[in-house]
Design a protein around this ligand. Sequence first.
Ligand code: SAM
Length: 264
Amino acid sequence: MTHRARKRFGQNFLHDPIVIRKIMDAIDPRPGDHLVEIGPGQAALTLPLLQRAGELDAIEIDRDLAPRVEAACAGHGALRLHNADALKFDFATLRTDARPLRLVGNLPYNISTPILFHLLDYREMVRDMHFMLQKEVVERMAAAPGGKTYGRLSVMLQAWCEVERLFDIGPGAFRPAPKVDSSIVRLRPRPAGSVDIRDPALFGEVVRHAFAQRRKTLRNTLKGLLDSGRIAACGIDPGARAETLSVDDFIRLANGAAPDSLPQ
Ligand code: SAM
């Protein structure tokens, strides 16, 4: 029986073998890799991933799909299927040995931003992530300062990860076809210790406030976190707007807002 794609779970299933192959080549799964797939769906990526790596954890919210994934993958390696919501899933529970996780997913578009923020919490145990997302979201993830696409998502991801936009995929590669174009993006968490963010929660707050009203100046948006003097002491113009600041500027600002940066 065919599965009726569920809109609420963002189900657009990949069926184009050329696209699937291109994605596999980008991920380049190897035996011994600890792969984790979010949303295996009907196993379009799961099966080739499993065939190349020999084992895989997969997290799927739609319990009706479990028998399909299991049947498609039977005899092709060790599949550990978790019926769960990836947004609430504790990825640390998958880490049973020293191997870092390699995350993969053709992600449902309706949860793309929250899942990316959720996954940032696990960055220290992750080697890389390859995701298919709405093209416009990938543009925002990889955007450079100065334009409209540069925002909170760009700064938060680029601060912790190297973000690489790989290639685009048209709607025809999916069933049902989505209304938007998709892109594949690779995220590589920066090595622990190489990111000089003193207080990650405060960094997140500074970035969130700065972009909450993008047309306002930092002097206004950062009220309560940093006053004009402190902003200027970080080498940043309090009259500037968030979209003109580099990721390093935000890191300096957040470190300048930390209580231990007060003059003694
Ligand atoms: N990987 C398959 C493919 O490429 O054909 C399916 C991709 S489809 C765009 C997204 C998949 O994620 C669906 O199987 C859907 O049920 C699942 N999904 C949606 N929301 C989820 C969530 N919160 N946690 C885990 N899986 C989810």
